[in-house]
Design a protein around this ligand. Structure first.
Ligand code: FAD
Length: 261
């Protein structure tokens, strides 16, 4: 059996600007505009904010990109942050985690591994830290997982045989689907899953605030911190007010200055 405790987080895509069209707009309908944004996501957010007031041009005392975005956050003009999006692939996470993750609706899109189509006989399982750290608790956990996995394999085989006899007209894929969708009901919440998640900067900020907080469940809190590290690296000015701090419950948590913009 394979066990895992650390979510695997990969940033796989993010917004990029069509520079030529932005330039075309500035030349024909606005003014010259320079920004010290360090990423297209930050530049897109500033551009979108400036379009509201047609405030381009390079006047003296013009705000830096960070100052501009700080003003957006401070004035809760959050819709400006909806244009830049970031796509992550999460693997090594439990179905309990994704059950919580997919509750985030506004500005999020998901594509998750299907247990109806994909065989779970050799999947890994995510162990909560509190169980992994205690040999006696881990022994109970391992036994339960072993039994659930054995039941899954047994059921998949038995249901496939039954369908083979009763529905020879079905395709191999349909037969497997019927077997796996029923057998999966004995798999535990700890079963590993894979999910692609796209969200805009505003939505990620809300996710980080809720799921990086002290009250969040530890696995999703770990994930939120890894997501934050990626976002901070790629677009620091959009997430500058978040910080990693020690969590009173153990491990780390996120704190932030501008709440739910
Ligand atoms: C520590 C913690 C414990 C939790 N415990 C539970 C629990 O015990 N049981 C449970 O069911 N859930 C629980 N949740 C999940 C929680 O209730 C939310 O479903 C989840 O955090 C997503 O938050 P959200 O709705 O703000 O996010 P999103 O769905 O991304 O929405 C973002 C914001 O958009 C607005 N919005 C979105 N949809 C609507 C709508 N239909 N109508 C009006 N406004 C809308 C709201 O302002 C919302 O805050 C918990 C969450 C946390 C962080």
């Amino acid at each position: 059996m394979k066990f895992n405790q650390v979510p695997r987080v990969r940033l796989i895509a993010f917004s990029s600007l069509h520079q030529a069209n932005i330039q075309d707009f500035l030349e024909k309908e606005a003014d010259s505009w320079n920004t010290d944004a360090t990423s297209d996501a930050e530049k897109l957010s500033e551009f979108s904010g400036r379009i509201c007031y047609q405030s381009f041009g390079n006047k003296q005392g013009r705000k830096t990109n960070k100052e501009y975005l700080e003003h957006i956050l401070d004035s809760a003009h959050g819709s400006v942050l909806e244009h830049a999006s970031f796509t992550f692939l999460f693997t090594g996470v439990s179905r309990s985690l994704t059950h919580e993750l997919v509750r985030h609706r506004a500005g999020f899109g998901y594509s998750q591994l299907s247990q109806r189509y994909v065989d779970e006989s050799e999947t890994e399982f995510v162990v909560p830290d509190i169980i992994a750290e205690d040999p006696e608790l881990f022994r109970i956990f391992e036994k339960a997982i072993e039994s659930a996995q054995a039941a899954y394999i047994h059921l998949s085989k038995a249901i496939t045989e039954k369908i083979d006899k009763e529905r020879p007209d079905l395709t191999k894929t349909d037969k497997r689907k019927l077997a796996r969708q029923a057998a999966r009901s004995v798999l535990p919440n700890a079963t590993e899953t894979k999910i692609v998640v796209t969200a805009n900067a505003r939505a990620w900020r809300h996710f980080l605030e809720l799921r990086g907080s002290e009250g969040a469940e530890p696995e999703i809190r770990k994930l939120a911190i890894l997501v934050f590290k990626n976002l901070q690296h790629i677009a620091p000015n959009l997430f500058f007010d978040f910080q990693i701090a020690p969590c009173p419950n153990g491990g780390e948590m996120l704190i932030n200055r501008f709440h739910k913009v």
